[in-house]
Design a protein around this ligand. Sequence first.
Ligand SMILES: CC(C)(COP(=O)(O)OP(=O)(O)OC[C@H]1O[C@@H](n2cnc3c(N)ncnc32)[C@H](O)[C@@H]1OP(=O)(O)O)[C@@H](O)C(=O)NCCC(=O)NCCS
Length: 190
Amino acid sequence: MTRPTTEQAEFGEVEVRRWAADDAEELRDVIMGSAERLRPRLPWVDEWFADDYDAIGKIAEWNDKWDAGADRHFGVFIEDMVVGAAGLHDRLGPDGLELGYWLADGWTGQGIITIAAGLLTDLAFVDPEIEHLRIIHDVTNLPSAGVPRRLGYTLLGDREATGMRALDDVGIDCLWEVRQADWPGYASLA
Ligand SMILES: CC(C)(COP(=O)(O)OP(=O)(O)OC[C@H]1O[C@@H](n2cnc3c(N)ncnc32)[C@H](O)[C@@H]1OP(=O)(O)O)[C@@H](O)C(=O)NCCC(=O)NCCS
């Protein structure tokens, strides 16, 4: 295992790293190939289907946000293959980040996104200003709930959803949180 930087980390076969322009075509193929399963939970999936969709431009937009100190979008890779994505989103004020994720078809049920989310939790807390991370998912999205549960996040409770709602969401969010002071580091949980 290499020493984590804020842009890359790995555990076993799972690597998380900042997206690069070269990933664009594969990322689009993976999203389109997994759309039937992702669409009910992720409201942005169909934008990737436009004939003239600019995936390289999208990655450049994400990286501009990263460089501006806002959202950080990571790819999740196994042996350099795109198997999913995860992000640290700047939605909770200066001392918090929201962690989001999805997996491609064929890669669920193996603990991969739990590892990726654990690594992103490590990377988020490299910044001493970040005191807490949250994972927020629709109350009906049970596979999503498994991730913070396995990582030892605390369930704070439910609230009415505020953002865009995906097709299968009922609009009640579950909020999970971990505080920097309570995070033991992913390696000690694995
Ligand atoms: C949310 C999502 C990423 C969860 O995927 P997942 O495969 O359940 O999560 P993981 O990769 O952590 O795998 C956990 C599963 O692998 C199993 N597993 C196998 N080996 C494991 C290991 N070594 N470590 C942990 N879990 C392991 C777990 O038991 C669990 O299976 P279970 O749910 O049947 O108990 C996936 O359902 C998804 O892409 N959903 C659509 C998008 C979405 O909803 N995103 C979140 C929006 S809030």
